[in-house]
Design a protein around this ligand. Structure first.
Ligand code: GLN
Length: 492
């Protein structure tokens, strides 16, 4: 080990894979280091719903045997990767953070999980989330809120809060999440890790329990940009089981990380207006002036329909959710109310008892927005606004190669601070939802800390299927931020 004080659980996936392949460490040592860390810290963070420690240790034994018999090892060999508990894992419970699926165990893997297994990753348990991925703070989980590793009184962000906190808290090397309106980028920003939401269609959604099918994408959380590039390439690609997955070429993101050209950077003026916390603004300004000093072309651009994105998102997402969640009826999966009087009573009581408050609010809102007489005024209108938002981005990308914005208007807030006011909670997504409506790739990375010692997130947005340039820019910035960011430490 280069630094004797460094623990294995502090390492990146990339370093673990090479150390394991070079026989620096055994799989059993890696697994034990992460297991001890995760079991020890999970009481504080509540980031995992399930850590199947026996199967992790069994898998590590198999990996050691595989290496000892000189079999080929996959490009994620022995890197512990946690999975948001909305992705199906064969033989491991998949709860969606909900009482209704508390005892549900799928008999197949999501395509992304299968791909990780094919590359010899250690599947390191299932992470906590807002129920059915509906939320911005991870306070809507049946299993309790996730706490932020930088300040245990603060939220981790949602909905993939467990996946973000697990990486920030060094409980696993990397994790998978899903992003429908910001659920990867927002918790990545609050927890100070890298979070990537790929282009819509880049990654298969097969086995991702659907929230809003036209917006959902699976993505990654990692400690650095290199690991994100490594992981995203592995989980990307067309899948015959998901007709919305794209046949577009998947570049070798890791091999093309060094910056190819001075990408032109656009600053959407609507993302720097009122409501942006002054310390977040300051950190962003510093990043922008750093790019200016290094001769990047920076230009202000406009995304004029930005102020409509929250409203359009919350109509489209809830509309799709009301339809997707109708499959949870007490007949096919999970929880079933006891002694029903008749079929209607079964449906009604199963759903009333099984779903939490926010999920029921969304189902009602979505059902209303889709109902006859209101459809044109709400859902159709929102779809038309969606087209305007797509066009805004297209126009901006005629002038610039990438957009740079804050990920969130503020840093992590206190647990309980926004739970009483859903509108305040929804406004947390102000800089993330438009990206999903337009199907674009975006990444959040830490670019500094505020006076409360909480991480600040910077978002890079690229044109559809141009993740490569987004990674290059992020990799470049990461080197620039390194000294300043490495002065800060989590509290556990
Ligand atoms: N916070 C948003 C919501 O509550 C986004 C959630 C997500 O991306 N899954 O809907």
């Amino acid at each position: 080990m280069s630094n004797p004080k460094e623990h294995l659980y502090q390492k990146t996936a990339f370093d673990l894979v090479s150390g394991f392949k070079n026989k620096q460490w055994k799989a059993a040592e890696i697994a034990e280091s992460f297991l001890n860390r995760a079991l020890d810290t999970n009481k504080k963070l509540n980031s995992f719903i399930c850590i199947p420690h026996e199967s992790i240790l069994d898998h590590a034994t198999l990996l050691d045997e595989k290496r000892n018999s000189n079999e080929d090892l996959g490009s994620l060999a022995c890197s512990p990767i946690a999975i948001k508990d909305i992705l199906c894992t064969s033989g491991i419970s998949t709860t969606c953070g909900s009482k209704i699926l508390q005892n549900f165990t799928p008999y197949y893997d999501a395509t992304v999980v299968e791909k990780l297994k094919d590359k010899d990753a250690l599947i390191f348990g299932k992470t906590n989330l807002d129920e059915f991925a509906m939320g911005s703070s991870n306070e809507n989980s049946f299993f309790g809120p996730v706490r932020n590793p930088w300040n245990l009184d603060c939220v981790a962000g949602g909905s993939s809060g467990g996946s973000a906190a697990a990486v920030a808290g060094q409980q696993c090397a990397a994790s998978l999440g899903s992003d429908t309106g910001g659920s990867i980028r927002l918790p990545a920003s609050f927890c100070g890790v890298v979070g990537v939401k790929p282009s819509y269609g880049r990654v298969s959604r097969f086995g991702l329990i659907a929230f809003a099918s036209s917006l959902d994408q699976v993505g990654v959380f990692t400690k650095d940009v290199r690991d994100s590039a490594l992981l995203l390439r592995i989980i990307s690609g067309q899948d015959s089981k998901d007709s919305t997955s794209s046949s577009n070429f998947v570049p070798h993101f890791l091999d093309s990380l060094s910056i190819k050209k001075k990408w032109r950077i656009g600053l959407p003026k609507e993302y720097f207006q009122q409501g942006l916390d002054s310390e977040v603004r300051q950190a962003l300004s510093q990043s922008i002036s750093l790019l200016g000093k290094n001769k990047f072309e920076i230009e202000e651009v406009s995304l004029p329909h930005s102020d409509l994105s929250i409203a359009a998102y919350y109509l489209i997402a809830t509309g799709e959710a009301s339809s997707n969640l109708s499959r949870f009826d007490g007949v096919r999966y999970g929880y079933r109310a006891s002694n029903p009087k008749n079929l209607n009573d079964l449906y009604k009581r199963t759903r009333s008892d099984g779903f939490g408050y926010e999920v029921k609010r969304r189902i009602m809102l979505g059902t209303f927005a889709l109902s006859s007489g209101y459809y044109d005024a709400y859902y159709k209108k929102a779809s038309q606004v969606r087209t305007l938002i797509i066009q805004d981005f297209q126009k901006a990308f005629e002038k610039v190669d990438l957009l740079l914005t804050p990920t969130a208007p503020f840093t992590a807030f206190k647990i309980g601070e926004k739970t009483k006011d859903p509108i305040q909670m929804y406004l947390t997504d102000i800089y993330t939802t438009a990206v999903n409506l337009a199907g674009l790739p975006a990444l959040s990375m830490p670019c500094g800390f505020d006076s409360k010692k909480l991480p600040i997130g910077l978002q890079l947005i690229a044109p559809r299927f141009e993740e490569e340039r987004m990674f290059q820019m992020a990799h470049y910035l990461e080197k620039e931020f390194h000294v300043q960011n490495s002065k800060h430490h989590i509290v556990l």
